[in-house]
Write a protein that binds this ligand. Structure first.
Ligand code: G1P
Length: 298
């Protein structure tokens, strides 16, 4: 039996410069896909996977995130008075239990690995934990982290979500070197952060979902700088390959959107809107019209 995964770390300290000027005053994680903030998708996915404690690694200017997870008694009272029960239920479904969320500040932007390390005191010595990067939004029938928790219960160790990406995009990712390919699961023998395409050991990239052992936090405390001069989570996980239980990649089922880029964010917006009964027909009509105008102009 492997210890249950009940804590997740959400690194949300990034400046979100790709979404300026919006991110001058709102954290990127509060930006919405249709009407739900990016962070809400990450929380819902974590909850579905059995996560009970949520650790946010934040930075200056992220106050709106803390407010978002506060209860909203005035708003609730107003909706109750007006008999808007659907909205009331919707609001309540986003409420978090008191004490379930912890906020840690990352005081300097030293990299993803450093952000995760900032949460080290909240993770016990023998406790596996999840890391979720809210920029990576994954639409799937079974939420991605839940798929990983199920696989983790079989094999233990450290696990990263993995996806094949085109060669010309590989430089944006952590990349896996495979020891053994077992289908959904792969056993990893090396990991490289943001390699040049010629140097990439495969086209299997790390996507922002991880189940990690506390050993990774110890590795991070060495503060070794890696790709881009930053302290990389990929490097600290790679150090665990030599350990008994090792590192696995998990090819998840689902569609991943890179909401850290404008194009990925827009695609996710369209996909999530089309998945909503009340929006589908209108939006589809509009898209068809656009495409036919585009075709006629060619
Ligand atoms: C981070 C990780 C990288 C991973 C990627 C997935 O990179 O460092 O290994 O492949 O997330 O989205 P970032 O996108 O923060 O540069």
């Amino acid at each position: 039996m492997h210890n249950k995964v009940t804590k997740a770390i959400f690194p949300v300290a990034g400046l979100g410069t790709r979404f300026l000027p919006a991110t001058k005053s709102i954290p990127k994680e509060i930006m919405t896909l249709v009407d739900r903030p990016l962070i809400q998708y990450a929380i819902d996915e974590a909850r579905a996977a059995g996560i009970k404690e949520f650790i946010f690694v934040t930075s200056r200017g992220k106050g709106a995130l803390e407010d978002y997870f506060d209860n909203a008694p005035q708003l609730e009272a107003e909706l109750r008075k007006k008999g808007k029960n659907d909205l009331l239920d919707l609001l309540k479904s986003t409420n978090m239990e008191s004490g379930a969320i912890a906020y840690m500040r990352q005081h300097k932007p030293l990299g993803l690995g450093h952000a995760v390390w900032c949460a080290r005191r909240l993770i016990a010595n023998d406790e596996p934990f999840a890391v979720i990067l809210p920029d990576d939004v994954i639409a799937s029938e079974t939420p991605c982290l839940q798929q990983m928790v199920e696989a983790y219960e079989e094999v233990g160790g450290n696990m990263v979500a993995a996806m094949e990406v085109p060669k010309d995009r590989i430089k944006a990712y952590g990349v896996l070197d495979l020891e053994e390919d077992m289908g959904a699961l792969v056993k990893v023998r090396g990991m490289v952060e943001k390699p040049e395409p010629e140097a990439a050991p495969s086209n299997l990239a790390v996507i922002g979902r991880y189940i990690l052992t506390p050993g990774v936090l110890q590795n991070l405390s060495k503060m070794k700088s890696g790709s881009g001069g930053e302290i990389q989570l990929t490097d600290a996980i790679a150090e665990e390959i030599a350990q008994e239980r090792g590192v696995y990649g998990y090819r998840f089922r689902g569609q991943r959107f890179d909401c850290g880029s404008k194009s990925g964010y827009l695609q996710a917006t369209v996909a999530f809107a089309l998945a909503r009964d009340e929006l589908r027909a209108d939006l589809m009509g509009y898209l068809k019209e656009l495409i036919s105008v585009e075709k006629a102009a060619q």
